[in-house]
Design a protein around this ligand. Structure first.
Ligand code: AMP
Ligand code: GLY
Length: 423
């Protein structure tokens, strides 16, 4: 099969790395890709993941047999609907199903209607009504922009003033633009977070190993929220009992609810969960693989990923057994200093080969190939630059091996957390 992968981050490098070893994949294309994906796929850096017309015309001109859409925004924009209309098989949900991530008001409404455990909440478009509600609530409280906001649209307010300010910024100040013109105000939940990713064909489903990411920029979970500074899988805190509770109370009802609503979800459904004293509750749904969770999960996959993608698209996921290594994987993200605020790019990266000598895998995120005097060099080009993953027999050894490998890599202003897997 000739396969086109849409996306260009660390998550897509992990997917490309797996697809490139599939006996079902004869040729792999990627739009836009990055400097690492380039070693396993023919990349089209001029075609952005959100360029629906560009991706569709590439799929047609290259006569591709299957398209894998990895990021949230092209899914929400209906890339899979467009491909389906042209009879090009694709992995990923339709725009209607991707609403579980693209609209928090939709996902919270779905959970309320189908009694899926989540934080109590109300939705607002009017600032005065939001303030009147906030005055009746306990602090801290959580204010969320309804739409996609690159993981930055969630404010945990400790005081009433902070909460009103967050509501003002979104509803009146125009922060997050249209994504913040509706807000969700919800109860603050306490507990350890865990991510459960699930492959589903709209009816059947199969669990991936659990994982946990580290969203804050600095050690001890301090600093600003980022896209994710590291991850590990599986989570030792997610016991078999909690997993069973999640399957019965969250996963089965969610997949059935989406089918019932006429939006069957095919692809990867991401369950962001909080293990609270009152049981497991949903923090958020995403309509896709997580980043950087994917870089910690896919190295553990034994089954052919392409076979799974085809089964999800065809509705035949129940016909395959998906096998995972009985091991642990830790992923350390190497970022540009200053991220998620402003940062410089264009710095040469060294040590990638040395990092992989002991068996670790270096996935590229914000990287590009140098030109002119820097021809052949790999340069930094984004906030999150690389993700270094190591698989080992124990959780502790995977943390050790990931850091041994990550410490081989240098570039100007490199920032990484030193406590991935430890908090
Ligand atoms: P979200 O984008 O909805 O996943 O929120 C980002 C992060 O904010 C989550 O991973 C949690 O750490 C935190 N968060 C979101 N909602 C809540 C909540 N209701 N209670 C406590 N923390 C939350
Ligand atoms: N790591 C969180 C996400 O992918 O949304």
């Amino acid at each position: 099969m000739k396969v086109l992968l849409v996306g260009g981050g660390g998550r897509e490098h992990a997917i490309a790395y797996k697809l490139s070893s599939s006996p079902l994949v004869d040729e792999l294309l990627c739009a836009p890709g990055n400097a690492g994906i380039r070693s396993v796929a023919r990349c089209f850096p001029e075609i952005k993941a959100t360029d629906l017309d560009g991706v569709i015309s590439l799929a047609l001109s290259e006569n591709v047999d299957f398209v894998v859409v990895a990021p949230d925004d092209p899914l929400a924009l209906g890339m899979v609907d467009r491909l389906n209309a042209l009879n090009i098989p694709a992995f990923g949900p339709t725009a209607a199903a991707a609403q579980v991530e693209a609209s928090k008001a939709f996902s919270k409404g779905l959970m309320k209607k189908y009694s899926i455990p989540t934080a109590a909440y109300e939705t607002f478009t009017d600032y005065d009504a939001a303030c009147a509600y906030l005055e009746t609530q306990n602090m801290p409280i959580v204010i969320k922009a309804d739409g996609l906001a690159l993981g930055k649209g969630v404010i945990i307010a400790k005081t009433l003033e902070e909460a009103k300010q967050a509501a003002y910024d979104m509803l009146i100040g125009g922060k997050f633009k249209a994504s913040g013109s509706t807000i969700v105000i919800e109860e603050f939940m306490v507990g350890r977070e865990v991510t459960q990713l699930v492959f589903t064909d709209g009816e059947h489903f199969s669990l991936m190993p659990s994982s946990q990411d580290h969203k804050r920029a600095l050690d001890n979970d301090e600093g600003l929220n980022t896209g994710g500074m590291g991850a590990f899988a599986p989570s030792p805190y997610y016991t078999d009992d909690i997993k069973q509770e999640t399957i019965e109370k969250v996963i089965k009802p969610t997949i059935a609810a989406l089918a019932q609503e006429g939006r069957p979800f095919k692809g990867v459904l991401y369950f962001g969960l909080m293990m609270t004293p009152a049981g497991v509750k949903v923090v958020e749904y995403n309509s896709r693989f997580g980043d950087p969770e994917t870089q910690a999960i896919l190295p553990l996959l034994k089954t052919d990923l392409m076979e799974i993608f085809v089964a999800c698209a065809n509705g035949t996921l129940d016909s395959i057994d998906i096998a995972w290594e009985d091991a642990f994987c830790t992923t350390v993200v190497l970022a540009s200093g200053g991220y998620p605020g402003s940062y410089q790019t264009g710095y040469p990266i060294s040590g990638i080969d040395e990092a992989q000598e002991g068996g670790a895998i270096v996935f590229h995120a914000g990287t590009k190939m140098g030109t002119g005097a820097l021809d052949g060099a790999v340069l930094t080009s984004g906030g999150r630059v690389l993700a270094v993953s190591a698989v080992a027999d124990t959780f502790e050894n995977s943390i050790r091996d990931a850091y041994t490998a990550a410490n081989c890599i240098t570039f100007t202003d490199l920032h990484k957390r030193s406590d991935i897997g430890r908090v």
